[in-house]
Design a protein around this ligand. Structure first.
Ligand SMILES: C=C(O[C@@H]1C=C(C(=O)O)C=C[C@H]1O)C(=O)O
Length: 365
């Protein structure tokens, strides 16, 4: 499959190259991505939910932290550095210290996933409540056509944040995220508590397990934002489609009397990510359990990524429904919230359905 973009594709002087999905277009995103891979440049491409425009940029440099205009990438673990692929040529380059992402060697066996669920339940039984996200990896051989896969994800998931990024530190990731982590415009921010999963279009009420699980995410996000002096407002609970599955969701908006500074945003993000939608609550118990039971590195899965222009203008999404790509193989990451009410077989099926978001869109060369 080839993608054609607007012949007026342009590189802004201090921003990404923009492609429009116009059939008369002449420039191929695939070629840009291939060029960046061949030249060993860091690069990103993203398409905002509901949009037709694709932003692409590449850079020789990757800088540490949030603040500079660019594409932000944060790994799952909150103690790992956040990176930015800057829009403008950077003067410095981050050192590889602190990054040891290792591509998983094999898929998680089913018994290992079941054993993680048991370990989580026993960790949670001490509290009588809480949730922890068990994830697994699906490793496959094959050379992915990154540009065509990006176009296919965009076509299949018009309301998702479609992303692809690559740096020497993180490797190359691609996916279609249904989950906003934090978006700012002016002194206001928006986020969502997205959790609880069932097959898309299922009729009837949501069950107790899913409702409780989603409520834990809403509570955590609301408390985190309120604790940072923001006035929050929470939408009614609704069902949100994400391909073959649907989730429970509440939209949360928050405003601040004080201006949003980079330091303040950095601190909020550090407290927010990973939320219980990807990690769990209590968060320290969840992180410990995940570290002890998962025998692979989550890398960027469960972290966040997206464009950052200023502390009052950015859109960051949870990095999920994604895979990490190497030259001849790829690894899909997928997970689900485990509570004391979880059923092991149902949790496996849920991860299979979530994996289809990315699996069905992959175009192998
Ligand atoms: C963990 C994933 O998804 C998250 C977990 C969900 C759940 O447990 O029901 C639902 C949406 C996401 O917040 C994933 O897709 O890998």
């Amino acid at each position: 499959m080839s993608i054609r973009f607007d012949k007026d594709a342009r590189r802004a002087t201090n921003g990404p190259m923009i492609f429009f999905s116009d059939p008369s277009a002449m420039v191929s995103l695939s070629e840009e991505i291939r060029g960046a891979i061949e030249s060993q440049l860091a690069f990103y491409a993203y398409r905002m939910p509901g949009d037709l425009m694709i932003s692409f940029g590449s850079s020789e440099h990757v800088v540490e932290g949030i603040g500079e205009r660019g594409f932000v990438i944060a790994p799952f673990l909150p103690d790992m550095p956040i990176l930015t692929i800057p829009y403008r040529p950077a003067k410095r380059n981050i050192k590889a210290d602190g990054f040891q992402y290792r591509f998983p060697s094999t898929s998680t066996p089913r018994e290992e996933h079941a054993a993680e669920i048991d370990a989580i339940k026993s960790a949670l039984s001490t509290y009588g409540t809480g949730k922890i996200v068990a994830s697994r990896v699906i490793v496959n051989n094959g050379r992915i056509d990154v540009g065509s896969t990006f176009a296919e994800l965009s076509r299949r998931h018009p309301n998702a944040f479609v992303f692809c990024f690559s740096t020497p530190l993180t490797g190359c990731w691609i996916g279609a995220s249904p989950e906003l982590l934090l978006e700012a415009s002016g002194n206001g921010v928006k986020t969502m508590a997205l959790a609880g999963t069932r097959a898309a279009g299922e009729s009837g009420e949501w069950d107790c397990k899913n409702l409780e699980e989603q409520q834990m995410v809403t509570d955590f996000i609301s408390e985190t934002l309120s604790g940072n002096g923001l006035d929050i407002s929470i939408s009614p609970l609704y069902t949100r489609n994400a391909g073959k599955v649907e989730h429970l969701c509440t939209d949360i908006s928050a405003s601040s009397h004080e201006p949003m500074t980079t330091d303040r945003i950095q601190s909020i993000l550090h407290q927010l990510s990973p939320t219980p939608a990807l990690c769990g609550t209590p968060r320290d118990v969840a992180l410990d359990t995940i570290r002890q039971t998962e025998r692979f590195d989550r890398g960027c899965y469960g972290g966040f990524c997206g464009p950052f222009r200023s502390p009052a203008d950015f859109s960051l999404f949870v990095t999920l429904r994604c895979c990490c790509i190497e030259m001849e193989r790829f690894c899909i990451y997928v997970g689900g919230g485990i509570t004391l009410r979880s059923n092991t077989e149902a949790e496996w099926q849920e991860t299979e359905a979530k994996a289809s978001t990315i699996r069905d869109a992959l175009i192998i060369e």
